[in-house]
Design a protein around this ligand. Structure first.
Ligand code: NAP
Length: 245
């Protein structure tokens, strides 16, 4: 059986492709989102309890290969998967979509983390579109003089920025929709993680169209020891050729 660590569109695509080829696959979700989009095939939900327990799970379920297709900013589960796979002697592939590239007309400001984004924010605008997700918003709680439109899938937990409006929504988003939000709320700065991919890229196109600055949080560093694919097709090839047995 193939285990996909999921929570991303790519993980769902890979699960569907493997199912369609008759490969036995289980997708694992963290359980953060109340009503997650479910992938094809078996699904288990919730943390494993750390790398040792994940290693035991791999052995118990006779897992032949693991694909870590979690989000580029989900650091702990990836580290856990690397340790567990090596402990259990199971091959591991990281599936990670490429980051976004700056284009002509963009006014991007790269920062290392959400705290650095919060420090920079008041220098760039007064009305921010915050699209970094539900977790880590405490970093912005102390920011003064900036109103924030916070968009996430499920309601975030406090502490939150003093002056904000919450918009619960999930991608994919359109350019027209993002322009509509920017104009309606008189947004003058956008904050994002470098998540990459097509589903949420429209906010960057909208910012470019309106000439707005964007604070982009860099991806965390990853272990160089784990082989990585950037496309679902390559991950599919890796699984079907070597490890589907
Ligand atoms: P994280 O910090 O790396 O993980 C925290 C803990 O959650 C892990 O130690 C693990 O618990 C559990 N976990 C995470 N992903 C899991 C999975 N796919 N299956 C089973 N357990 C999982 O992760 P996160 O940033 O909270 O993200 C949680 C999930 O949301 C991930 O699956 C990710 O793909 C998705 N997601 C994250 C972001 C983001 O910006 N971080 C954005 C979109 C989607 P144990 O140690 O107990 O095993």
């Amino acid at each position: 059986m193939i285990l996909i660590l999921g929570g991303t569109a790519e993980a769902r695509e890979l699960a569907a492709a493997l199912e369609a080829r008759g490969v036995s696959v289980t997708s694992s979700l963290a359980g953060r989102v109340a009503r997650p989009r479910l992938p094809a095939g078996e699904v288990r939900i919730g943390g494993f309890g750390g790398p040792d327990k994940l290693a035991a799970w791999l052995r118990e379920h006779a897992v032949t290969a693991v694909v870590d297709a979690t989000h580029p900013f989900a650091e702990r589960i990836s580290a856990s998967a690397a340790r567990a796979a090596s402990q259990a002697g199971v091959p591991l592939l990281r599936l990670e979509r490429p980051g976004w590239r700056e284009r002509e007309g963009d006014r991007w400001h790269w920062v290392d983390d959400l705290h650095a984004a919060a420090t920079l924010l008041p220098q760039l605008g007064r009305s921010a579109f915050l699209t970094t997700g539900r977790q880590g918003l405490a970093a912005f709680a102390g920011v003064r003089d900036v109103w924030m439109l916070i968009r996430c899938v499920d309601p975030p937990e406090p502490p939150l920025p003093r002056r904000h409006e919450l918009l619960l929504d999930r991608g994919p988003y359109t350019l027209a929709g993002e322009l509509g939000l920017i104009d309606a709320h008189e947004i003058d700065v956008v904050v994002t993680k470098d998540s990459g991919g097509e589903h949420t890229v429209a906010k960057l196109e909208a910012a470019r169209a309106r000439g707005l600055p964007v604070i982009v949080v860099r991806r965390p560093a990853r272990s160089a020891d784990v082989p990585t694919a950037t496309r679902v097709a390559d991950a599919l090839g890796w699984v079907t050729q070597a490890h589907a047995g």
